[in-house]
Ligand binder design. Structure first.
Ligand SMILES: NC(=O)c1ccc[n+]([C@@H]2O[C@H](COP(=O)([O-])OP(=O)(O)OC[C@H]3O[C@@H](n4cnc5c(N)ncnc54)[C@H](OP(=O)(O)O)[C@@H]3O)[C@@H](O)[C@H]2O)c1
Length: 322
């Protein structure tokens, strides 16, 4: 089958190892189902894999892609939950030390077919297109858990989202705004800030800008470039929820401000199957839809990767199999 995969890894030149070519069909395993992929979305995770972060070289070649929507062997429309738990694990699968995401240990979703444990399949509602559904299992699920499970943000609170245009950032804007949270964002260009306002942000600022007042919580995926600003932006007792460090993970820790203002730093990773079901229901019932920047056929996936590498996304990039 045709697939998009990492053949080699290079920290400085990640796209040098990207290939679009034939790969073996998925292996059948007991308790697993093979899904015919109709749409899959690109995440920064796929760039990390090509840089050699989170994917060891002995697993190459590895089909990339964490999330997908497609058809099961009976023709049912399904959404693929990407967190693969150990068969012996019970409870919150994001806490399973042996968990992996698709494309870390098992082949990913940028292919004609992907095999996953049957437990990882959720029925796709008719209201969501395959392209919309394919945005939910990674970026949108991460944003859902950051805001509601780990951040416990209440309606009427003010939340700063660091980054305006990324997959997780746009999900935070749309979901937060739908939940009655006052969303402020930072974005690197005027165009990105304008798009964030269109998506529901209440105010948009340049990175590092002085804010009109301190916020209740900050949602961080950018990391080193914005960390000091995130700490300074918080009210006493406020919370930073962090799920990514795109620009590096060694900023000054700002320890004094953290203890003196009694701030909380909360980590968050992906989400559970149960949270994904709730997110899907929220999207349907409240007419919330992922912001899709571009939809490309899988054969043109390199173009999508280049757009993300240049930082020129404005929402999700989706690949389709016709
Ligand atoms: N822990 C988890 O489970 C989990 C899940 C999903 C994602 N993540 C991580 O979260 C991060 C974002 O993922 P994504 O898929 O949303 O990525 P993405 O679509 O490429 O978005 C990148 C975001 O980073 C912001 N950014 C600010 N300064 C930047 C700089 N100097 N260089 C590059 N980006 C900069 C961008 O803001 P502008 O709008 O200003 O350009 C944009 O919002 C990644 O590190 C990813 O690995 C973690």
């Amino acid at each position: 089958m045709r697939a998009v995969f990492a053949a080699t890894q290079d920290r400085e030149d990640p796209l040098s190892g990207l290939r679009i070519d034939e790969q073996p069909d998925p292996e059948g395993r007991d308790g697993w189902t093979t899904v015919t992929v109709r749409a899959a979305s690109l995440n920064h995770h796929d760039l990390w894999s090509l840089r050699g972060v989170g994917l060891s070289a002995d697993r190459l070649p590895m089909i990339l892609g964490c999330d997908a929507a497609g058809l099961d062997p009976d023709g049912r429309e399904v959404i693929v939950h990407s967190v693969i738990r150990d068969p012996s694990w019970h409870g919150d699968e994001t806490l399973d030390p042996r968990r992996s995401l698709l494309s870390e240990r098992f082949p990913g979703t940028f292919a004609e077919k992907v095999a996953v444990p049957s437990w990882n399949l959720i029925a796709k509602p008719d209201e969501l297109s395959f392209e919309q559904a394919a945005c939910l299992p990674t970026a949108w699920l991460t944003a859902y858990r950051m805001l509601f499970t780990r951040g416990r943000v209440s309606p009427g609170s003010t939340v700063l989202v660091q980054g305006a245009s990324g997959g997780v950032a746009t999900a935070l804007i749309v979901l937060g705004s739908a939940a009655g949270i006052r969303i402020w964002v930072t974005g690197r260009t005027e165009e990105k800030r304008g798009r964030a306002l269109e998506l529901g942000a209440d105010q948009a600022f340049e990175p590092g800008a002085r804010l009109p007042e301190r916020v209740d919580a900050v949602m961080e995926t950018t990391g080193q470039a914005t960390w000091a600003h995130s700490v300074r932006a918080l009210k006493p007792g406020g919370t930073i929820v962090i799920s990514g460090a795109t620009t590096g993970d060694a900023p000054p820790a700002e320890l004094t401000r953290i203890f003196f203002l009694q701030l909380s730093v909360v980590g968050s990773t992906m989400g559970t199957r149960d949270e994904l079901e709730r997110l899907i229901r929220l999207c349907v019932d409240k007419d919330v839809r992922p912001a899709i920047h571009r939809t490309l056929p899988l054969s043109e996936a390199r173009d999508g990767f280049e757009t993300m590498l240049r930082g020129e996304t404005s929402g999700k990039i989706v690949f389709t199999n016709d």
